[in-house]
Design a protein around this ligand. Structure first.
Ligand SMILES: O=C(O)c1cccc(C(=O)CC[C@H]2O[C@@H](n3cnc4c(=O)[nH]cnc43)[C@H](O)[C@@H]2O)c1
Length: 236
């Protein structure tokens, strides 16, 4: 049994918004302003663009929810966009996934030898160098009870949120070893953290546009990934 489900689709960029909801071009200017809510036709909910990266997305989502959380027109936030898949995690370009957990992946320090130490390990290491048990903070999506099948049936994956995209195979390996994650993007942890703070149920759907590994922009398939996301969202 589905609960009342009126989604607010939250995108990082105008590109993602217009590729997933191309019909919006008939009633929205070329760019929508960050934080401006658009009502989708046929009662499909609402959409908003909030900016790329943890900080801009967090700021604009906080402002939006502080205006709407008491009595908003939407019931759930669905962060939608593209992502990079780490190699050998069973994902392909064009795969559409539901990211059900997020960890901030580049909060920490770079050591003299160039390796990255996550912040939770920095904090867990005392002055004499001994490390206590600790783990990274995991931000989770909301319960799937009562959400529509197009959302709950998607393949669940673990996500890493970064401000700096992976650019080498060694960086990808280090991130997977540190956090045991499947995909990488730049907004998910902010979305989960802020929605939980405001008591708004939240989910994240992403289509894989690239592998998060040695940077080669010629292999990215942003349009194909967004077409896959569009066909999912248009099956609602
Ligand atoms: O790197 C570029 O030159 C570039 C040019 C146009 C667009 C983009 C992006 O939109 C990427 C950032 C955007 O997409 C998500 N994303 C997609 N793949 C990854 C990734 O491998 N690592 C991190 N984020 C990724 C992300 O959530 C941003 O919103 C880039």
């Amino acid at each position: 049994m589905e609960d009342n489900f009126v989604p607010l689709f939250a995108f990082a960029s105008n590109l993602e918004f217009f590729e997933v909801f191309p019909e919006s071009k008939s009633f929205v200017q070329n760019n929508i302003r960050l934080g401006e809510i658009v009502e989708l036709p046929e009662g499909r909910g609402f959409a908003v663009v909030l900016g790329v990266g943890l900080l801009e997305f967090a700021t604009n989502l906080s402002v939006l929810l502080s205006r709407f959380s008491a009595e908003g027109p939407f019931t759930h936030v669905v962060l939608a966009g593209i992502c990079g898949a780490y190699p050998d995690r069973g994902l392909e370009i064009g795969s559409v996934v539901r990211v059900n957990s997020e960890i901030v992946g580049d909060l920490g320090v770079v050591e003299c030898n160039g390796s990255f130490t996550p912040w939770y390990k920095v904090c867990a290491t005392s002055a004499n160098g001994s490390a206590s048990q600790a783990s990274a903070h995991v931000y989770e999506s909301s319960s799937l009870r009562g959400v529509p099948a197009w959302l709950s049936d998607l393949k669940p994956v673990a996500g890493l949120s970064v401000n700096c995209c992976t650019g080498s195979a060694s960086m990808a390996k280090e991130r997977v070893e540190n956090f045991n994650v499947d995909v990488e993007s730049m907004e998910g942890a902010a979305c989960f953290s802020i929605c939980h703070a405001f008591g708004v149920p939240c989910y994240e759907i992403r289509a894989v546009s690239n592998f998060a590994t040695a940077r080669d922009k010629s292999t990215w398939r942003i349009k194909d990934a967004l077409a896959a996301l569009q066909s999912l969202v248009n099956s609602l």
